[in-house]
Structure formats: C-alpha cells, structure tokens
Design a protein around this ligand. Structure first.
Ligand code: PEP
Ligand code: CO
Length: 450
C-alpha cells in the first residue's frame, strides 16, 4: 500500500521556482523544456530511496570516525566519455584507491562516485569570447555542447533526457562491475601490484606488501571472501540544474517523503549555496544525504544557518560539509569553522575537497593543479581535525581512470610542457590513474600515523 505524502510536501517541491536560482541556463525554448520535464517525470528513478537511506547511515558512521569516505570522479562527465572502457577505468581507480585507504585507515571506506549524473557545471561568466566572437559559456553536457559554435552553445533542453539515459547506462555498468565479481578484493589488490611494477612508485612497495600479507592472513584465518566479492558503490553529483533534479524527485512509497532519485547523494556547490536561494530551498525538501561545498570565505555563522535550514532536526549523516580551502589557507581558515560548527551545530561529516582551492593557470595557459598542493591540503585537513579532536571523514577528488596529463607533479613529474600531451578535461584538471593511486598511498600513510 502506498503512503500518502503530507499535505503541502509536493507543492513545496516547487517553491524554489519563486526564488533566485543562480547558475541556470537561459533556455530559449520554454515549451521544449516543459515537454522534456514531463517526460523525465515519468521515467523510472535512477536510484531507490532505500539506497539513499543506507548511504546516510554510512556517512553518519564517517562523521563519528567509524568509516572514511572516498568520493571521486570527473569534474564534468561528458556523453562521449560514457564508454564501457572509461567507466570501467574510473571504477577500477576508485576501488584500487579504496583498498589502500581501507588499509591505511583500518576503517570501512564508503565509495561514492562523482559519476552517473555529473553533467552540469557552474561557470564564472555567462559568456565566452574568442577572436571577437561571444557565445554562451559551456555549462556541461546536460545543457549545451563544448564546441565553440552558436548551435552547440545554445542551451538545448533535450540534453536533459540524454543525461538521464546516459546516467542510467552508466549506473547499470557500475552495478554490474561492483556486484558481478569484478570488484573482488583479491583482484583489486592484483591491479595495485601492476601499478607498483613501475619503478616510479617503488616507494609504496612496503605498504603494498603489508596489504598483501593482510589479505593472505584473512584467507588463512578463514576470512569470508565471498562477502568481499561485491562492493557498495554510490552515485553523486552537484545538484545544480534544478530543471533536471525536480522531475527526478519522487515521493517514496514507504514514507511519503520526497527523494531526489537522480543520485544517492547530491551536493550544493560553493556558488549556489545562498541561504535564500533556490538550491538550498529545493534540497531542504528532499531526504537524500546532501553535501555543501565550503570555500575559504565561508563563515561559521552562514554554515550554521545552512545547517539549520538543511538539517533542522539534526539527522546524523544527512549533511556532509565538503571544505575546499586551498593548501595555503586550510590551516588558518578551517579550525575556527570546525570549532564553532561542532560547538553550536548538529552532527556533520567533514570531507576534504583538496582540488577546488588549488586551481591556477600554468604559464602555457592550462588550468591546472599541483599534486603536492592537493596532498598538502589533505595533510592540513587531517592536522586541523586531529588538533581539535574532530573526525576527518573523507576526501573528495577529481580523477579519471585514464592516462591524462592535467595535474602537474606526482612521481612521474608532469610539468607545464607535459600538460599539452593529453589534456582532455572539459572543465577542471583531474588526477590521472597513477596520480590517483599515488594520492591514495600517501593519504593512507597519513591515516596510519593519525
Ligand atoms: C566542482 O566540484 O566541480 C565545483 C564546481 O566545486 P565548487 O562548488 O567547490 O567550486
Ligand atoms: Co571541478
């Protein structure tokens, strides 16, 4: 029997339409948007409410220091890259990192892809000018095309349907990979041995040897490997494009409450977290676990106000605060924020995004980051939480499973000239497969010491 929702719950889901919504495209064809919205509203949900509830429980554990979150994937997924190989490489990378982090933290790792829906991007300007020609900025494949032509750059509502179907096929493959035996712990560990065969990474052999012995010990002690043949893997993206999130929001038949069924976890970006804005209002009404990005200028007062709006009853695991301060700022800006939030607010899970506070343009003109800055922000995040006695709950990483050259540094020492070799991202620079694994080994060392 289906449960009726409370009066006003469904109406409330559209209240955001009366509020300022920043970073939305200027749709020219409103009739087409309405038709697409109706069609999306009758598509099956991409995830189930019950799965989002499970994730909320896992995030609550991370908030208490009983689990560690690894959230990773592209800055901007593209339709063209939703191929079997690229999806598999990304999942492999996240699983390989997770094994290393599980060992380092001696805790379960909550695996959360920035995948199967990460298609909408906030931009610093509405337009882009090249050689005297001005066109709308690229806002992600769910809105317009990257090619610099008027046709490609004009927002096209039909892209919302393509995003839905591409997310569905991505999720299908994720579910197959993570439950079909592909993710077996012993196999993932074998892949890590392949990575270490490269002499550039020989410094991580000691830890890999320790993991190897731990796995063999489990086998000898009669450990239940059957339960390690499958892994839990959740999906997430920035809930930026409200014309997509709203029609995918459904009333859960068990509880009568709304869930945004486009992903298990959705977050509000640094640029769209206005207290009286559309994004905060909309997400305050869905039950999913949600994230808020907090940059170096975020104050404790505004964070507490956001927590009050988004989690007034203090549900554990509901809110993850994803801090992205920059390596040079984290040690100064984070302590006061954490202290006041913990003293005055309800429960939260703290996650470090060491990517978005560390972006700059290289001399040759590529938007890049330094591997060492990324590591240093994670280190600062751990130091701050250790000093305050709070829990560093996880990391949020922009990565790909491929061999791109977008972030400078790492043991293979990609330099400015090297960026040109294989720079493919549509928006922000991602760690490549090797850099991601190297980061995992380094963070595991930090976790072992803390
Ligand atoms: C992102 O995660 O790609 C992003 C735009 O981050 P932020 O909102 O933290 O700037
Ligand atoms: Co990004």
């Amino acid at each position: 029997m289906s449960v009726e929702s409370e009066p006003g719950v469904v109406e409330g889901l559209d209240h955001w339409r009366t509020l300022p919504a920043v970073q939305q495209p200027a749709w020219s064809d409103r009739a087409a948007l309405a038709a697409v919205s109706d069609e999306l509203a009758i598509q099956p949900p991409l995830v189930f409410a019950g799965e989002a509830d499970v994730l909320r429980g896992r995030l609550a554990a991370a908030g208490r220091g009983e689990a560690f979150v690894l959230q990773g994937g592209d800055c901007a997924e593209t339709f063209a890259d939703a191929t079997a190989n690229q999806i598999r490489n990304k999942i492999k990378t996240v699983l390989q990192m997770a094994v290393v982090l599980t060992y380092g933290a001696s805790l379960p790792v909550v695996k959360l892809g920035r995948m199967a829906g990460q298609y909408a991007k906030p931009r610093s300007t509405d337009d882009e000018t090249r050689d005297g020609v001005t066109l709308p900025a690229y806002r992600g494949d769910i809105i317009n095309g990257h090619e610099f032509t008027l046709e490609a750059r004009t927002p096209d509502p039909h892209r919302l349907l393509k995003a839905y179907h591409t997310s569905a096929s991505t999720l299908n493959l994720i579910r197959a990979f993570t439950t079909g035996g592909f993710a077996d712990l012993r196999l993932v560990h074998e892949w890590n041995r392949g990575f270490l065969a490269n002499p550039a990474y020989s410094r991580y052999e000691t830890m890999a040897g320790e993991i190897d012995r731990a796995i063999r010990f489990m086998g000898a002690a009669g450990g239940d490997f059957d339960s390690l043949r499958t892994v839990e893997f959740f999906s997430s993206h920035e809930a930026l494009l409200l014309d997509y999130e709203r029609p995918l929001t459904r009333i859960d038949s068990r509880t009568g409450l709304p869930y945004d069924c486009s992903a298990h976890f959705v977050w509000i970006g640094e640029r769209t977290r206005q207290l009286d804005g559309a994004h905060v209002d909309f997400l305050s009404r869905v039950q999913n676990p949600i994230g808020i990005k907090l940059g170096p200028a975020a104050t404790a007062d505004e964070t507490l106000a956001l927590m009050e709006r988004l989690n007034p009853t203090g549900i554990e695991g509901r809110l993850t605060l994803i801090t992205r301060m920059g390596a040079g700022t984290v040690r100064d800006a984070l302590p006061a924020l954490v202290q006041e939030v913990v003293a005055e607010g309800g429960p939260v899970t703290w996650v470090c995004d060491p990517m978005h506070g560390n972006t700059f343009s290289s001399p040759s003109g590529y938007k890049t980051r330094r591997f060492d800055d990324v590591l240093d922000e994670v280190r600062g995040f751990f130091e701050v939480h250790r000093d305050l006695g709070t829990h560093p709950g996880g990391i949020h990483i922009e990565l790909t499973g491929d061999d791109v050259t977008e972030v400078m540094g790492g043991s293979e020492e990609i330099d400015d000239a090297g960026l040109a070799r294989r720079y493919e991202t549509r928006v922000d620079p991602r760690l490549n497969h090797q850099q991601s694994l190297e980061l995992a080994f380094q963070v595991a060392e930090m976790l072992k010491r803390s």
